[in-house]
Design a protein around this ligand. Structure first.
Ligand code: ADP
Ligand code: MG
Length: 244
């Protein structure tokens, strides 16, 4: 079953055509990596999936909901589709534990004891048990990003979107974050759509690689084909040779 399906989607910012004729289907449980030069529309593409950006025409179905329809309640989509941002976006005035417990409490009305138990299990999973009662600013960037991932996981989403989750991190912190993401990709049946230029990650866990440029999808390959260096599109081939 498709978790996400774009059909002939167009997105404009005023006169600027940011997404052009997007056709993309992501099945439940798939891990898809999106790459492409800066300004190519990668963030815009994944932000449309949980309704952070609207589309102007075409069809976008996410988890069975029609995102082109104004009647669709975006809160219902965001319950099942989480997002991890480049700059973490943790609540600065709440502890790490509280950051993780907040949405399940308010949105899912999860029982407080169960909520705490799940939060502690997630803290352990991302290696932050000892940081539970600290505030975000007291953590390194890598720790904050792992906390943000735990916060998303606490909602038990069906789909998780990542927008360059390691781009703001110092090199020595990237590995821990990628390891957490690899574990999720391997051990869960969650759908993951990841904008990243971490090609090691893509090679290890992605089912597919999508290449964007100028608001278009120019290449959509299984990662096997992509990493044999056989992208059909010349720009995709050149881009790949520059980042590997
Ligand atoms: P990427 O994530 O691939 O770097 P983006 O999706 O952020 O690219 O942006 C794609 C294009 O859309 C860029 O030219 C950017 O300037 C433009 N854009 C993004 N967001 C907005 C906005 N809110 N208003 C106007 N233009 C935007
Ligand atoms: Mg971006």
């Amino acid at each position: 079953m498709a978790m996400v399906e774009f059909k002939d989607v167009q997105k404009y910012f005023g006169d600027f055509h940011a997404l052009k004729d997007i056709n993309l289907k992501v099945d439940s449980g798939e891990t898809v990596v999106v790459i492409g030069p800066s300004g190519s529309g990668k963030s815009t593409l994944i932000r449309t999936i949980n309704g952070l950006e609207s589309i102007q025409s075409g069809q976008l179905i996410v988890n069975g909901y029609d995102l082109a329809s104004k009647k669709t309640n975006l809160n219902l989509i965001r319950k099942d589709v989480g997002m991890v941002f480049q700059h973490f976006n943790l609540y600065a005035n709440k502890t790490i534990l509280e950051n993780i417990m907040l949405a399940p409490r308010i949105v899912l009305h999860r029982d407080e004891k169960e909520n705490k138990q799940i939060a502690n299990e997630l803290l352990e999973k991302v290696g932050l048990t000892s940081q539970a009662n600290k505030f975000p600013a007291q953590l390194s960037g890598g720790q904050q990003q792992r906390a943000a991932i735990a916060r998303s996981l606490a909602m038990k989403p069906k789909c998780l979107l990542f927008d360059e989750p390691t781009s703001a991190l110092d090199p020595e912190m990237i590995g821990d974050v990628l390891n957490v993401m690899k574990d999720i990709a391997r051990d869960s049946d969650m759908t993951m759509i990841v904008v990243t230029h971490e090609m090691g990650f893509a090679r290890e866990v992605a089912n597919r690689v999508v290449f964007m440029a100028d608001g278009q999808i120019l290449e959509d390959d299984s990662s096997d084909v992509f990493f044999k260096g056989e992208p059909k599109n010349e720009r995709a081939k050149r881009f790949l040779s520059n980042i590997i």
